[in-house]
Design a binder for this molecule. Sequence first.
Ligand code: GDP
Ligand code: IMO
Ligand code: MG
Length: 428
Amino acid sequence: MRGTIDVVVGAQWGDEGKGRVVDALGARVDIFARYQGGANAGHTVIVDGKKYVFHLLPSGMLYSGKTCVIGNGVVIDPEQLLTELRELQAQGKDRATLVISGAAHVVMPYHKIIDRAQEGARGMGKKIGTTGRGIGPAYVDKYARCGIRVEDLLDEAVLREKLEQNLDEKNSLLMKLYDEEPLAFDEIFDLALSWGGALAPYVGDASLVIDEGLSEGRGVLMEGAQGTMLDIDHGTYPFVTSSSPVAGGGCVSLGVGPLSVSRVIGVVKAYCTRVGEGPFPTEDTGADGEMLRARGGEYGATTGRPRRCGWLDLAALRYAVRVNGISSIALTKLDVLSGLDGIPVCKAYELDGKRLDHFPTNAGFQQNIVPVYEHHEGWKTDIAPCRTFGELPAQARQYVEFIEKQTGIPVNLIGVGPDRSQTILRDF
Ligand code: GDP
Ligand code: IMO
Ligand code: MG
């Protein structure tokens, strides 16, 4: 029988715990495939107390005998990728076979400089709070059809021609608009060639690898980065990333038809966080937000920035269910809510005194909506040791069931701690 595909997608503003969910499901997956974003992502996996943070490598790298694919839609910073690989190799943990799509675009040194220069030039209220990893400018070049792809790093003549063209334009932009120093061609060319040499053994055809796997009955897991509310089309534009984290982005990036996807697993934090600027209706800028940050260790896995914290937003979650076609929820960090007297949960919004049941697509509305909260009863016991749904205190079970009722989607996985072992599976 032909294999099937699960997509793991962030249902909020990123950092929902996608890495740990991919890892928790890893034993039944044969091919792990990252589909978009770049080294702006930071996906944490903890196994037996040992922490790994993946920025570009799929979160399945720790599984022996499996295949990890990086799709066409990812923008690759080779320096970062090679560092990640070296670190894993040094620990003997680079267990999966890696395939990098030759069609994936390369984040070049000038992309990072432009990213930071553009962010610096944005005035108050206009900053996006990018990760400075060159993501936006790399996607700009991709869509402007002048980008350098991984396969170009393997062909000296092509690389020379493309880099010359790019550097002419980028140097003029850097000097005239951003008052930056121009970049020397030879230095970048030599660096890019050395990347090509190092990456060559891994370069392949992502779509073909996946299709062959499916033909052999293998299970594929597509791993999204960022989250629905950071999606270029469906997020809180312009405070978004420059790719398509939504589930459909997986098919586009990896070259598979949508009918091959059997499940869309939306990863949902039991509360909400956002790092960077932009609308966040349920943000708590007071003591409760600080309490969530401290208990949840809410500091960026990539930039170390403190994450903005707030309460679960079910209206935004219903929106995520719709735009991704989420069929299953993986609820993470439920343990962080233990000990609270009451837990506010947003069910709808108000805008100019009128009730809104749906997350609005209008950017102005997104800034001004006021959440309507329902207060949920908390639980006092530590749930970290629980391994079955039945072991959870009644109020925690009710919290989960409330989410299921409000979204119409089953919660099939619950995280009660960051370690691989701290996972409750329900009918999964
Ligand atoms: P990702 O980008 O979606 O993969 O998420 P990150 O790795 O950036 O952030 C999630 C953070 O929460 C990491 O530090 C994880 O180790 C941690 N985490 C994930 N699931 C749980 C959970 O169920 N409980 C607790 N306490 N921490 C978790
Ligand atoms: P993972 O995969 C959370 C945010 C940045 C910024 C905006 C644009 O770990 O969930 P970019 O550098 O992409 O141009 O920044 O998107 N952002 C993330 N926030 N988790 C991420 O990835 C993010 N990747 C980008 O903070 O607001
Ligand atoms: Mg992250």
